[in-house]
Design a protein around this ligand. Sequence first.
Ligand SMILES: NC(=O)c1ccc[n+]([C@@H]2O[C@H](COP(=O)([O-])OP(=O)(O)OC[C@H]3O[C@@H](n4cnc5c(N)ncnc54)[C@H](OP(=O)(O)O)[C@@H]3O)[C@@H](O)[C@H]2O)c1
Length: 251
Amino acid sequence: MYALITGASSGIGFECAKILASKGYDLIITARSIDKLNNLKELINKEYQKEVVIIPLDISKRESLTELFTKTKDYEIEVVINNAGLGKVGMFNEVTDAEDFNMIDINVTAMHMILKHYADVMNKGYILTVASIASFAPGPKMATYYATKNYIRSYAEALRYEMKKLKKDVGITILAPGPVDTNFNDTANVTFKLKGVKADKCASYAIKRMFKKKKFATPKWSVRAASRLMRIIPHRTSMRICYKSQSKKQK
Ligand SMILES: NC(=O)c1ccc[n+]([C@@H]2O[C@H](COP(=O)([O-])OP(=O)(O)OC[C@H]3O[C@@H](n4cnc5c(N)ncnc54)[C@H](OP(=O)(O)O)[C@@H]3O)[C@@H](O)[C@H]2O)c1
């Protein structure tokens, strides 16, 4: 039985790959960094003696999605970790058009199509889609990232509902973490003021929730409390808090 992990070359995806191999899954891993994927393959082969299929892809390109779906069609996939994503901090006019396109192409288009495709072709199993605590409100000073994560959280929630209507035995869980210590910060050009959770802790919590087919996975009680609050306070208030905190985080 296979687990497919996007964005497996670092951070949350990398840790998910190790946990799933330790649970007996063979892996299909994707990202752009072939060297890092090869290192992960070597580590998994050595530690867990599981098969690892590498599909190097730039997931921002539509043809990469077709390639992914074609290359995985003969594997029996039971777990999908729909994880590859990135953010960028700044006022809307400080973020370049290319950066906006990249976030939308990866966090929205690729995540949407991957979730849709595997929810359709799988008869049984688990899909973890990585959103963020940012998925519960608009986010001034990181507007595109928050909007993309709102999109994928909303889409995943609706698909989860539809899967129940279709009586399909495929769980859809949304990972909505706060800060996690990964390469995300460097890509997003931020330094978190709050202490982030370790990527291995985040992955292990998320996978536990996924196997229980829970709707949300948010590691750390304080972040869970904040995410609940974000869902009930007026957006005017949450945006004020977000603007201040993103301003402090910007490098
Ligand atoms: N870290 C946090 O604080 C945090 C908080 C909330 C949510 N998240 C979410 O967690 C997910 C994983 O991020 P992370 O924190 O683990 O960061 P990360 O260490 O930067 O990992 C991002 C992964 O996405 C892959 N990726 C990026 N662009 C890609 C592209 N064009 N094509 C294919 N793969 C691509 C990267 O691989 P390559 O560079 O090798 O392609 C890497 O494996 C993201 O969806 C992020 O939004 C992170």
